[in-house]
Design a binder for this molecule. Sequence first.
Ligand code: SAH
Length: 240
Amino acid sequence: MTRRRWIADTWNEERTTAALLGDQARHLARVLRAERGQTFDMVAGGFLHRAEVDSVREDEVTFVLHEEQKADTALPVHLLLAVYKFDHLEWGIEKATELGVAEISPVLARRTDKHLALAAAKRVERWRRIAHESAQQSRRTDVPLIHEPAKLPAALASAQAGTRLLLAETEQENTLAAALKSHAAGSNLALAIGPEGGWAPDEMNQFRDAGWAQVTLGPRILRAETAAIAALAIASALLF
Ligand code: SAH
């Protein structure tokens, strides 16, 4: 049986003890009625361990960590995701996490609605929570890094992957699958998805100047979150 997997809130340097705090502790104590001696799988600092409950309080459940388990790794993919309607964006963050994305940079694009751009900085903690829950639910051993929302020049500077691909509905020929054929094994991949209105022309130029190639997912216009999911699925099938 697959044990339920938890991501520790705190752990000691030797990874012999760990704890769950706050909502996670409450859930374990009240809903699951955890008891001393029960075992779970627990991720601490990116390492997966067998963990035994040591003490249970509603605000803190402590564990003794036993042997390390073999763990899966994230896809070495950095997603630049333009900020747009929060409910759709958040769904995209959840699904990208399930698919294994390593890093997400929310981008304040030219066509990001002004109100959303202003609200994004306060929203990032919620996005990190969504990624944390999704990582846990999909039994990942790590939580994707969700960067602070930033304008495109800063996001481009942070994306130093070996292959950088801009998903563009205006591209007619170069497909994502074809572009991935020249991706060097072992190097990182960055993918950029635009907002509802698409990338503005000057943003397309910035991508080009930073060495990004444009790729298409086919002749249909996809919603941004669909494009993100499709691109990650294709990349993971072909590369990892
Ligand atoms: N403004 C466009 C739609 C943008 S869709 C229009 O209505 O015509 C939002 C984002 O999803 C785009 O910026 C692009 O990154 C991605 N996308 C959507 N369909 C795509 C496709 N067929 N190929 C590649 N990327 C696509």
